[in-house]
Design a protein around this ligand. Sequence first.
Ligand SMILES: [Zn+2]
Length: 207
Amino acid sequence: MAGVSFGDIFGIVYGMNDEFGGMVGEVEIPKWFYPFLEDRPFKRCLICEQELLGGDVQYLIEKAWKGTEVIFEYAICLACIESQQEELSLESLQNISKYFMTQPHFMGRPLEVVNWPAEEPGRWTQRCALTNRPRWEVENYQIFGHFRGDKMILSVYPLLICDEATEALAERLSKKTRDSLDDFVDEFLGMPPEFENAPEDTPLVLF
Ligand SMILES: [Zn+2]
């Protein structure tokens, strides 16, 4: 199993040494990154189950929305993300990075976010980071956030990816990468049955 790593992609498209780019600030974890229908943040890594909130552990959260329904959601620590990446095909990484580089809003994002107020973390996910479509126009989307302990890090994260962009990304994955993503979904994430029957509609696991 393997995920497609934004860390790798950011490194390539932004030419960043630090895989998550410049930091704007750290804020309380917003409720929209809590597990669906729960009143507290994610507590444990999906894979190694280590405690996330107590100390300095860094982790990512992904939530995939279809209308008002959460299709999947998880938190994964950076150590587990690294161990997932071994099987990511170089071909997929290059294809996706090329696509990101043709998206002006994505390329301009590091310079844009430094002007956004840390008191308004919702600003980061108002529009798709790739297509710039506003969230209210998009029925299906995924949001990604980067966290340290009980704080959310503002950088190019958090970000929203709309369904159009997800489709464009999925088309650029090699079969090997796509298969290993499907294995990850099967192993770790429960899917509503309508997605299991239509794997081409399955949201992408990206981290
Ligand atoms: Zn872990």
